[in-house]
Write a protein that binds this ligand. Structure first.
Ligand code: HEC
Ligand code: HEC
Length: 324
């Protein structure tokens, strides 16, 4: 009798614990992912998508730096270095070409690259899908959001949906063009005029996001120490040697170092290069005619252009940096 009572009590306590666990996981799942974007965000930060569970997209694309890396080349699994500089990921939703050489044409297609690349995340896509299916959280989340088990397609869709949320249009520059004369410094305002005038940066960096979405050579390929031919390796066209995607410039102040090879550490070095490319790279192949002659910018004008570029940083990153 006493024994039975004791058993009953134990069962009661066990039952209460079970209910509590059930309740907690319910609360947990309520706070957890509800949309494709949230699921993609979770995947973006989760090393489950790498062969040895050590690398996530965010290992190389760091949120505080507009999703770029601060290193010249990033580390993939087993300490392997990437062949190019990791770009920032903001304002990509309208881009027709992705990667420095434009070899992917959608964010979905792009996302397959790093997961399966032996040097980055090193996980065959079938294995990625299997790992997600074996993981109760993801199996449930895909079921809830896509009405299907995890598949290659909906995995890539989720990540791309998250990346499409990284649009930024709330910078001092935006407030300035919308009528607030004091939103940027006088130096940045002069820089803006130089950008579209004397320095003619907008020949290539045009439009809302400061890219014409084309491929150009600014002269950072010489077939020797600078040996990445860029676009021509994809198109097999010699006339495109040294061409790279014109990158958008929003949030560019956060994404140093710069260029496909991370050659320049600061924006000042970048603008100094444009001012007279031959002083830095004498034998750049196929350099665009727009960069044929020195720009003859003064030191003060170079600083003004740098100030202008800094005004393109979205407020959300200011808050992030301030809280770091
Ligand atoms: C080991 C470092 C590393 C990891 C991990 C990584 N990336 Fe990248 N990412 C890069 C590098 C380097 C490039 C540029 C490569 C090139 O252009 O050839 C790049 C390019 C991109 C681009 C193209 C951006 C543009 O402007 O064209 C996108 C989008 C992107 N990565 C998203 C992702 C996503 C999503 C993941 C996770 C599934 C991921 N990356 C994982 C290093 C990494
Ligand atoms: C002929 C076209 C062209 C012109 C003109 C041009 N750019 Fe570029 N810009 C590019 C290309 C292409 C790249 C990438 C080159 C590479 O990686 O080899 C680039 C890269 C950059 C980057 C590095 C971005 C990053 O994410 O690494 C900055 C900053 C930049 N340009 C600013 C400027 C400024 C400022 C001017 C004017 C002084 C200018 N550009 C003029 C085509 C151009």
């Amino acid at each position: 009798m006493w024994n039975n009572m004791k058993k009953g009590k134990i069962l009661l306590v066990l039952g209460a614990i079970m209910v509590l666990i059930g309740f907690m996981s319910f609360v947990g799942s309520k706070d957890d992912v509800q949309t494709r974007e949230q699921l993609g965000e979770k995947l973006f930060f989760d090393p489950i998508l790498s062969g040895d569970n050590t690398i996530s997209c965010a290992s190389c694309h760091k949120p505080a730096f507009a999703f770029a890396d601060t290193a010249v080349f990033s580390k993939g699994i087993k300490g392997q270095l990437t062949a190019r500089n990791s770009p920032g990921l903001t304002n990509l939703s309208g881009r027709p070409h992705l990667f420095w050489d434009g070899r992917a044409s959608s964010l979905e297609e792009q996302a397959l690259g790093p997961i399966t690349s032996a040097a980055e995340m090193g996980l065959p896509i079938e294995d990625a899908v299997k790992k997600l299916n074996d993981n109760k959280f993801y199996a449930d989340a895909f079921q809830k959001i896509f009405k299907s088990a995890p598949t290659k397609d909906n995995l890539l869709k989720a990540i791309a949906s998250f990346e499409r949320t990284l649009e930024t249009s709330n910078s001092p520059y935006d407030r300035y063009v919308n009528g607030d004369d004091h939103a940027i410094s006088e130096s940045a305002a002069r820089g803006r005029l130089l950008f579209i005038g004397k320095a003619a940066c907008n020949n290539c960096h045009s439009g809302e996001d400061f890219t014409a979405d084309r491929f150009k050579s600014i002269g950072l390929y010489n077939g020797k120490d600078l040996n990445d031919p860029g676009r021509s390796a994809i198109t097999k066209s010699k006339t495109e040697e040294g061409e790279f995607k014109i990158p958008g410039l929003r949030n560019v102040a956060l994404t140093a170092p710069y260029m496909h090879n991370g050659k320049f550490k600061t924006l000042k070095e970048v603008v100094e290069y444009y001012n007279n490319p031959s002083l830095v790279v004498k034998d750049g192949i196929n350099r665009d005619l727009a960069l044929d002659k020195p720009l003859n910018l003064t030191n003060a004008e170079i600083d003004d252009i740098v100030e202008f570029l800094k005004s393109l940083t979205d407020d959300r990153f200011k808050q992030k940096l301030a809280s770091n």
